[in-house]
Design a binder for this molecule. Sequence first.
Ligand code: H2U
Ligand code: ZN
Length: 368
Amino acid sequence: MSASRGRRSEAQFDRLRSEPHRRFNALIDEWILVSAGRTRRPWQGRREPSGPESSPPYESNCYLCPGNMRANGQRNPAYDSTFVFVNDFSALRPGTSTERIEDGLLRAEGEEGACHVLCFSPRHDLTLALMSVEAVRRVVDVWADETAELGKRYRWVQVFENRGQIMGASNPHPHGQVWAGSALPREATKEDGAQRRYHAQGRQRLLLEYVAQEGGGARSIEENDDWLVVVPFWAAWPYETLLMPRQPVSRLPDLTPSMRDSLSDILIRLLTRYDNLFGLSFPYSMGWHQAPFGGDDTDHWQLHAHFLPPLLRANVRKFMVGYELLAEAQRDLTAEQAAEELRAASPTHRFQTSAGSPIDSSVLAPAG
Ligand code: H2U
Ligand code: ZN
C-alpha cells in the first residue's frame, strides 16, 4: 500500500468515529450498522443488578460442586481440578434417527449428537478470571481433549461458556459446555463459507491476514507471542472480542503445549480486563470455532474464540431487538471506543467475588 493511499484511508476511517455507517464482517459475510455518536441517548429502561456476586467456596445446594447430588440423582465425585459429565438434560443425544423428511416447503432432519458439561474448578466461588494459570491450562486441555474425542463421531464440536445470570447461566459454579452434532450449524456454515472463499483466492487464511492487519492497532486489546485479542472491526456486541492465534491452527487439539500456556495467560488477562471494566464479575457467552470434522480439508480454517458480552454499561444491557432482529445488527459505541476502554481496564488487578472482598475502584474504567 502506498503512503498516500494509507493516509487517505486513515482519514476516511477517521470519519467513521462520528457518522453512521455500515461495516462488513468478513468472517461471516454480513454487514452491521454502526450509529457512531449516538451513545448519549437517555435510558429509562431496564437496569441490571450489578456489583460483585458473593459466593462461598463450597455450596451445599450447588448441582456442580464436588460430592453433591445433581438434579437427576447422580452424585458428583470429589473432584479436585476439572470434571466432565454428560449433560443430564442433553439437547442432542447419540443414537437419534438422522432421517430426512420433506414435503414441499416443510423439511426436517433428525440430528444426532452429544452434550457435555465441564466444571472448570471444584471451587464454587471462582471464575476463569480468578483461577491460576495452571488451573486454566487444565481447562484448555479438557477443551482440546473433548474436541478430539467428540470429533471422532460428530462433524461440529461447539465448546462454550455462558457466564452470569444475564446470559442464562443456570449456576454460578464455574462451568462450560460442549455440544457436538452431526450437522454444520448456522454460524459454522457462514464462517466455513467465508473462510473457504477467501482462501480459494490464493490468499492466506482469512483470520491470519486479519491478525497481520490488526496487531498493535486501534482495536487490539491483548497480545503475546502466540495470540492476539481485538475488538473486531465488525463487532456487534458493545465489548465483543475475538481471540486468534498468530500461526495457522485449525483446532484446539492442534495447539502445542506452549501455545496452551500462553493461551491460559491471555485468557486470564482478557477476562480480568472485562471484570475491571465495570467492577463486576463480567457476564458473557464465549465459545470456540474450530474446523469441522469429517473429511473436508481444513486449510482455510483458523481456530478462534468469540467473547460476546451483553453489557453496554455496568447495569444496562444491549438489547438485540427490533432493527437487529428484523434488519441487521446495530451498535452505537464504535469498536475503537470499546477497545480503548478495555485497554484502560487493568489486566492484572483481580477483584474477589467472595463476600467481604472490596473492589478497588481505581481500576474501574469510566462507564461509556
Ligand atoms: P448453563 O449454566 O450454561 O445452562 O449450563 C449448565 C448445564 O448443566 C445445563 O445445560 C446441566 C444443564 O442441563 N445440568 C445437568 O446436567 N445436571 C444438573 O444437575 C444441573 C445442570
Ligand atoms: Zn458449586
